[in-house]
Design a protein around this ligand. Structure first.
Ligand code: OGA
Ligand code: NI
Length: 357
């Protein structure tokens, strides 16, 4: 088999090319919906991603507390994505996480290559770019750094960036704080389904088994941003995803049949409900389709942390309490691994069909 090595997108970007290689050009049908992200972000009309203020999530006052929790629950039902503010993680820590990741990506490509992953041998952790994994050969305009950050005993610190010096300390502290935030969110979502507080946390593996995987997405400047995508349209397979970014717009959500561009909300963390919670809740909480645009002017970086159940140990299916005669199960039982395989299979089938037609 001939495998071609895709170049780092950063190298392509800095080479000065005026037009992008054809593998990065989206199919005709998709191009009509891709616009200038800065223009898109300015639009004030139409639906907007909700902002949820978590300040009162544990308020002593029951009425105040319930109001806050209800808003979180409604956003999870209606959108499945939201800007979280007053989430309890300090601006200083978030800035340090951003600075640490930025400093790694500031290294020359040759330095970063020392951390390259080896996807062919199943080594997904490290520095990488997407390999074309279906018949279309389609590529995305990004490089990334991917690594497991929690639980601590499952980390492989040997592959973590050694530059900057405080990378490990800062990223580990962020992981611990996100892990407690995840517990809090999962408990509100559990109560929202009429379940015991700790139920969803337990169903996704609890403190021992729920894995936090960080993907630093690095989207270089693109000479033809209206032809490419940084990340193609997808839903996250995770239970929850938390995203920080460098205040450059890019994220779009497919809501009520239209692409909505997320605004940049200072000090917020974007949170997605992923497929895992959608399945467990029998579709009550939504895993929304989303994608990332790129632009000509500014490098965009985002820090996505995927909170994922173990690959084989748990069979994901709608919880019995979410199923009734009038609400039959919308998802067949599958392990997390089988769910990922199933999505990949469907995507490959689609690509083959499109090639024929
Ligand atoms: C992802 C993702 C969006 C972004 O990494 O799954 O959807 O804003 N990223 O970078
Ligand atoms: Ni995503």
């Amino acid at each position: 088999m001939v495998t071609s090595v895709a170049p780092r997108v950063e190298s392509l970007s800095s080479s000065g090319i005026q037009s992008i290689p054809k593998e990065y050009v989206r199919p005709e049908e998709e191009l009509t919906s891709i616009g200038n992200v800065f223009e898109e972000e300015k639009k004030r009309d139409g639906p907007q991603v909700p902002t949820i203020d978590l300040k009162e999530i544990d308020s002593e006052d029951q009425v105040v507390r319930e109001k806050c929790r209800e808003q979180l629950k409604q956003a999870a039902i209606d959108w499945g994505v939201m800007h979280l503010v007053n989430h309890g993680i300090s601006d200083e820590l978030m800035d340090k996480v951003r600075e640490a990741g930025q400093a790694f990506f500031n290294l020359p490509v040759e330095e970063k290559e020392k951390h390259a992953n080896d996807q062919a041998s199943g080594n997904v952790q490290g520095y990488g770019s997407k390999l074309a994994n279906n018949a279309s050969g389609q590529l995305e305009w990004e490089d990334y750094f991917f690594h497991l950050i929690y639980p601590e005993d499952k980390r492989d610190l040997s592959i973590w960036p050694k530059t900057p010096k405080d990378y490990i300390e800062v990223t580990s502290e962020y992981a611990r704080q996100l892990r407690s935030l995840a517990t809090k969110i999962l408990s509100v979502l559990s109560l929202g389904l009429g379940l015991e507080e700790g139920r969803l946390e337990k169903e996704v593996g609890g403190l021992e088994e729920l894995l936090l995987q960080m993907k630093i997405n690095y989207y270089p400047k693109c000479p033809q941003p209206e032809l490419a995508l940084g990340v193609e349209a997808h839903t996250d397979v995770s239970a929850l995803t938390f995203i920080l970014h460098n205040m450059v717009p890019g994220l779009q959500l497919f809501y009520e049949g239209k692409w909505v561009t997320a605004k940049c909300v200072p000090n917020s963390i974007i949170m997605h409900i992923g497929d895992t919670i959608e399945i467990l809740s029998n579709g009550k909480y939504k895993s929304i389709l989303h994608r990332g645009l790129v632009n000509k002017e500014k490098v965009r970086i985002s820090w996505a942390v995927f909170c994922e159940p173990p690959k084989e140990k748990i069979i994901l299916k709608p919880l019995p309490e979410t199923v009734s005669e009038t609400e039959p199960p919308l998802f067949p039982p599958r392990t997390f691994q089988q769910h990922i395989q199933h999505k990949l299979f469907r995507k490959t089938q689609d690509a083959l069909l499109n090639k024929q037609s």
